[in-house]
Design a binder for this molecule. Structure first.
Ligand code: 6SY
Ligand code: ZN
Ligand code: ZN
Length: 248
């Protein structure tokens, strides 16, 4: 069994070169879109991935580079393809995702479209245990500290691949997961400046060498090329490339 990954984009929120940091993960016959930002629909078109080939969408948090394409995804699925896609959403985000982000553009009482459930088959994911998205695809959500007092999540897939999404540096978590046998770490990276709500390259470079060797960097700024050769053993993820991660 392997996880196949293609990044729709690998850019930070203000990147114009690398598109929003959204990921397509396939295990067995199940394909999950992790986040659906402003650039997601265009990226999928460029990758020749039909919207109908996506078995479900998972949302990590409410910033536009992670949910800004969800309205178009929902509208296309409803009005073009007449399908109701699965939306996997952390329990703490379900209500605010609709009330504070999507409702303004998507509510349509005349058409009976009044809630998230009218567009999606909503499947809440709770913290603390892995959810089975399919026979082969297990997803655990790990609360992350990104913008304080707001929900955001990192992911653990099949106990083998960690996907940070947007988060401040969390050394204890990274080392604990590494000790538990997690093999692949896809980590966001702010290449320069103070951390703020993100993890900096400087912080990641303080991790043990054997952990850095397992890290691929994403959510980077447009000047990424200036940092090639300055990331220790860590490598950069590239948009649209196919990566394969054995899971056994
Ligand atoms: O408290 C805040 C909230 C936001 N921001 C910026 O806005 C961006 C929103 O998307 P992002 O989470 O990918 O990156 C964020 C940062 O670049 C910030 O610096 N501090
Ligand atoms: Zn982001
Ligand atoms: Zn964010």
């Amino acid at each position: 069994m392997e996880l196949q990954l293609r990044m729709l984009g690998t850019g930070g929120a203000f990147s114009t070169r690398y598109a929003n940091n959204n990921a397509l993960m396939t295990i067995g016959d199940f394909t999950l879109l992790v986040d659906c930002g402003v650039t997601a629909i265009r990226s999928l078109h460029e990758m020749k991935v039909p919207l109908t080939s996506i078995d479900g969408v998972f949302i990590t948090h409410q910033h536009a580079d992670h949910i800004g394409g969800l309205e178009e995804f929902a509208f296309q699925m409803l009005y073009v393809y007449r399908q109701k896609p699965k939306l996997f959403v952390p329990s703490t985000l379900r209500n605010v995702l609709w009330e504070n982000s999507l409702k303004g553009g998507m509510i349509n009482p005349e058409a009976g479209l009044n809630s998230l459930d009218d567009y999606f088959e909503v499947i809440e994911i709770a913290e603390g245990s892995a959810a089975k998205l399919s026979e082969d695809f297990r997803l655990e959500i790990l609360p992350s500290e990104h913008v304080r007092y707001k929900s955001s999540y990192s992911l653990l897939v099949n106990d083998r691949l960690y996907y940070s999404a947007d988060t401040r540096f969390n050394r204890a978590r990274l080392e604990e997961l590494h000790d538990r046998g997690v093999r692949y770490f896809l980590h966001e990276c702010k290449l320069y400046g103070a951390p703020g709500v993100h993890t900096t390259l400087e912080e990641l470079l303080t991790l043990p060498e054997e952990l850095q060797e397992k890290i691929q960097l994403m959510h980077y700024s447009d000047d990424m090329e200036n940092y090639i050769g300055r990331t220790g053993p860590m490598t950069f993820l590239h948009q649209h490339e196919l990566y394969r991660y054995p899971l056994d």
